[in-house]
Design a protein around this ligand. Structure first.
Ligand code: KMH
Ligand code: ZN
Length: 359
């Protein structure tokens, strides 16, 4: 969610951001295939997540190596991974806050959304975070439109489909719960209330729990949206009191730089990642507005995944409006390649998140 454009309705727009990733196998030294920190991997949340080299969430199997009886030895190198670790790139193409008039490339019709999904998949995205608009390009949670959207995206693209249950700040809990009736692969699930520019994005605990239990029942994999450090603690409480989500993996997204939420700084990202509960198997980060690039770079450096898109970012560079969502995905993919964790496919993402298998 971004927001610098023309207000929708009577409220002033906000600027929200996201970032994603996770993967926690650690970068690999191209010279010998060993993780660069193989000799001194710290007991550090930035590195301790149970992931294998493919980012599937399974343990790498590195164990205690045998030592010679009389002299200490360095641990032997683990086997070279069959393929490099990968980055999950999620695209959030539309959001609920930006007006079409303020950003003409914003996809607001179904055709525009499917076209954006196809272009972004080609550019390296594996998952799409979806907000839809009505015939007047206003945000809506209309169930029939949501179902049509899921069907059109399944037919037109291969991306993992994540429907937003956050909607717009004006949407009711009832409408937000009904989103799951559209049977997405994944849904966003915000872990608490947060100031949102001049507005409040309300997520009281009973609603969070109800949405979580409903997602389990419907076999929808939640992506936990963390806008603040307090949301990280709420996630810990949710997992401790209500167990693991459908699929058994715990993927969350740090949404940084929303006015009223945690800032999109490297220090905050590191603090949030260090505070993640042990059940978390992957994380991504999103930086809103001008925090988009620094948050993406920090997330990659910390072993995380990426979320980008016009929901969060409308300016590509100083004075240069975003051309379209694919442009943001292309840049994220380039950064991931540079970090030696190239973009993962949608099938890889389905494995990472352990989404429901097709019927
Ligand atoms: N539009 C924001 C009020 C989500 O998608 O789950 C909420 C949001 C989070 O964008
Ligand atoms: Zn959203």
């Amino acid at each position: 969610m971004h927001l610098r454009g023309e207000p929708l309705g009577r409220r002033r727009r906000v600027v929200v951001g996201h970032a994603d990733e996770d993967y926690q196998a650690g970068p690999v030294d191209a010279a010998d295939g060993r993780p660069v920190d193989a000799d001194a991997r710290p007991a550090d949340p930035l590195h301790h997540r149970p992931h294998d080299a493919h980012g599937t969430g399974r343990s790498s199997g590195r164990g205690t190596m045998p030592t010679m009886p009389t002299m200490p030895t360095r641990p032997a190198s683990p086997p070279r991974p069959a393929s490099p670790p990968r980055t999950l790139i999620t695209v959030a193409p539309t959001g609920a806050e930006t007006a079409k008039a303020a950003a003409p490339p914003l996809p607001v019709t179904l055709d525009e959304l499917v076209e954006a999904a196809q272009a972004c998949e080609k550019a390296g995205a594996a998952m799409i975070h979806v907000h839809i608009r009505d015939a007047k390009a206003q945000p809506t949670l209309d169930l029939r439109r949501l179902r049509d959207t899921v069907q059109a995206l399944r037919e037109g693209a291969g991306l993992v489909i994540q429907l937003s249950t956050g909607g717009a700040v004006t949407d009711s809990y009832e409408d937000r719960l009904r989103v799951l009736d559209a049977a997405p692969d994944s849904c966003s699930l915000t872990m608490g209330t947060v100031n949102f520019g001049d507005d409040v994005f309300l997520n009281q605990w009973p609603f969070v729990v109800e949405l979580y239990e409903l997602a389990k029942e419907r076999e929808v994999v939640p992506e936990f949206e963390l806008f603040d450090l307090g949301h990280v603690e709420a996630l810990r409480r949710l997992l401790d009191e209500h167990g693991l989500p459908f699929g058994g993996r715990v993927h969350c997204d740090l949404v940084m730089g929303v006015p009223g939420g945690m800032p999109g700084t490297i220090e905050t990202l590191v603090a949030a990642v260090q505070a993640l509960p042990p059940q978390v198997t992957s994380w991504s980060a999103t930086g809103v507005g001008r925090t988009s690039l620094p948050v993406a770079l920090a997330a990659l450096a910390a072993g995380g995944h990426l979320r980008v898109g016009m929901e969060d970012t409308l300016t590509f560079a100083r004075g240069q409006p975003v051309r379209d969502n694919a442009q943001l995905v292309e840049r994220a993919a380039q950064l991931a390649v540079l970090a030696q964790r190239p973009p993962m496919s949608a099938d890889d993402a389905r494995s990472l998140l352990n989404t429901r298998k097709a019927a």
